[in-house]
Design a protein around this ligand. Structure first.
Ligand code: B12
Ligand code: SF4
Length: 481
């Protein structure tokens, strides 16, 4: 095995289980790509996609005999990430272990209380700070911000101050750095079978939705790459990997209207035969925008509709109305674009009535894909602060202990901890009920069949969906994502 000085790990959410759906991780791939000018040839291990268990991750990492290992942490993989760190330290004490990602960005120095094996923590987007750290011989310095390390008594915290101002200065993530990378082995729901890759056209979000913690990573100011820079990346991915489908992971690709107009115009002019999907806020789309997106190859839009109750939308600071939600999906369908809608069950003042409003809204908009998720108190989001303030979060450190995880195709079990204890509301039972009530409607059946006529590949997806629903019913588990 070739030695690698630096190895980055994207941990498995369900160790030992290979997911049906997954996509190459962007964050760790960016970090690895940044290090190439230092003469480094880092490896990225996508343990989620490969479905590796903790021991295998440890073996794969240590086989590279690295000096530094970086692990990316979203809250649900925290316990697993700490186990990986511990396994690596046991195998070789001298390896420096760094953690970064959304969970770490929100909890700052807390990890040091939970694990003796982690040496450095990185806060927020870390391309520059991790590069500087590596360039500085794997040590912190006064000029590196967003880094936390062990001091003699207390942790030393250098808060995150600088976000990358001009995103065009970042290199394009080199997916070839992913160990055992096979582009065709990744799969997403409801694609049109094309080879796909993820991308981010911008970072940061000025909104303040209570369930979201994006600002802890990318801050509150929206920063966009230039449309030409994004188009060039698409061209390169198309030439290098034959990628013909781009998954924009931006919080909302429609946030900057002028940017979107320029980008769609450029993409259309380029004559690249690319399809793409993105997230959008319902209050940011209208007939003109949607037509422009469709003409530029947009295939699917994911909307966080969250709730069918205006009262709840106000409570969670969503900044739009149920009417905006209905209109957005209606216009999306009218423009010939597929819609995937996400709903939350378990916002702080959720009631049976508001849940029923949400289920009714979902049925009314009748999107191809509806996903009902449990409202979860992740460190860094407003649900977490609310849960602590109102004493309805049974265990504020719920993420430290391992949890049973079930994963079949796009099914992620919301049996995850961190839900708020709400009087008289069993969120998981309601998610089950909402999902069944949604998919077992004749009107949904017609939506599905009519969409299949446009894209027969959906039938293949349907087999996967049905098999996961059957497994779910058998195991009495729940669909979320
Ligand atoms: C894409 C995505 C996913 C994809 C990931 C697929 C993949 N292979 O990448 C999927 C759909 C699987 C997913 C699932 C989930 N996600 Co998600 N996801 C995102 C999203 C939209 C973009 C992530 C991304 O690619 N960002 C771009 C890169 C550049 O940023 P990054 O990954 O954060 O990495 C940077 C820094 O964090 C840091 N960094 C990251 N790792 C490391 C490691 C080291 C060593 C260092 C030094 C630095 C570092 O530097 C990186 C470069 O700047 C973000 C929201 C967002 N806009 O960021 C939510 C987000 C990260 N997800 C979130 C959530 C809640 C989830 C789920 C729990 C949802 C659910 N209910 O199932 C699951 C959990 C999955 C898991 N593995 O634990 C939350 C995180 C909450 C938290 N406290 O962790 C976010 C912030 C969304 C939100 N609105 O709050 N997600
Ligand atoms: S949910 Fe979307 S719009 Fe709301 S704060 Fe998060 S990223 Fe911004």
């Amino acid at each position: 095995m070739k030695k690698k000085e630096i190895v980055l790990v994207y941990p498995p959410i369900s160790p030992g289980n290979k997911p049906f759906y997954s996509m190459p991780p962007l964050g760790v791939t960016f970090l690895a790509t940044m290090l190439k000018p230092l003469g480094q040839d880092p490896a990225v291990i996508d343990a989620e996609h490969e479905g590796l268990d903790v021991n295998t991750v440890v073996q794969r990492v240590t086989a590279f005999a690295p000096h530094v290992v970086g692990i990316s942490v979203m809250t649900p993989v925290y316990a697993t990430a700490l186990k990986i760190a511990s396994g690596i330290k046991k195998a070789s004490k001298g390896i420096i272990i760094c953690l970064g990602g959304s969970h770490v960005s929100a909890t700052v120095a807390e990890t040091f209380k939970h694990s003796p094996d982690v040496d450095y923590l990185f806060l927020g987007e870390s391309e520059k700070s991790f590069f500087d750290f590596c360039k500085n011989g794997y040590k912190a310095s006064d000029s590196i911000d967003g880094i936390v390390y062990r001091g003699t008594a207390e942790p030393v915290i250098k808060p995150k101050k600088q976000f990358i101002e001009c995103l065009d200065n970042l290199p394009y993530p080199d997916f070839g750095l992913i160990d055992k990378f096979k582009i065709g082995s990744y799969r997403i729901p409801y694609s049109n079978k094309a080879v796909f890759l993820p991308m981010m056209a911008g970072r940061g979000c000025p909104h303040k939705c209570l369930f979201c913690s994006v600002h802890t990573i990318h801050g509150k100011n929206l920063r966009m790459r230039s449309p030409a820079n994004v188009l060039e990346e698409i061209k390169q991915l198309n030439e290098k990997f034959k990628a013909a489908y781009i998954v924009f992971k931006d919080s909302s690709l429609t946030a900057d209207r002028l940017w979107l107009e320029q980008f769609c115009a450029l993409l259309k002019e380029s004559k690249l035969r690319i399809n793409w999907r993105c997230n959008a806020r319902p209050d940011e789309v209208g007939p003109h925008v949607l037509k422009m997106m469709k003409d530029a190859g947009c295939h699917l839009i994911t909307y966080g509709l969250e709730s069918g109750s205006d009262r709840i939308l106000v409570e969670i600071n969503k900044g739009n109305t149920v009417e905006d939600n209905k209109k957005a999906v209606f216009l999306t369908h009218k423009a010939g674009i597929l819609a995937h809608c996400i709903y939350i069950i378990g916002s702080p003042s959720e009631s049976i009535e508001s849940i029923n409003d949400t289920i009714r809204l979902a049925a009314r908009v009748n999107s191809l894909f509806a996903q009902f998720c449990k409202g979860i108190a992740y460190p860094g989001n407003g649900f977490y602060d609310w849960g602590i303030k109102h004493n309805v979060l049974k265990d504020r450190f719920w993420y430290v202990n391992e949890r049973p995880v079930f994963k079949e195709s796009f099914v992620i079990d919301p049996n995850i901890g961190g839900g708020l204890s709400l009087d008289g509301i069993d969120q998981e039972a309601w998610i089950r009920r909402a999902t069944l009530r949604y998919y077992l409607r004749p009107k949904y059946f017609f939506r599905f069949i009519s969409t299949c006529f446009m894209n027969p590949y959906l039938l293949f997806n349907a087999v996967l969906v049905i098999s996961s629903v059957v497994t779910w019913i058998k195991k009495k588990k729940i669909i979320c994502g």
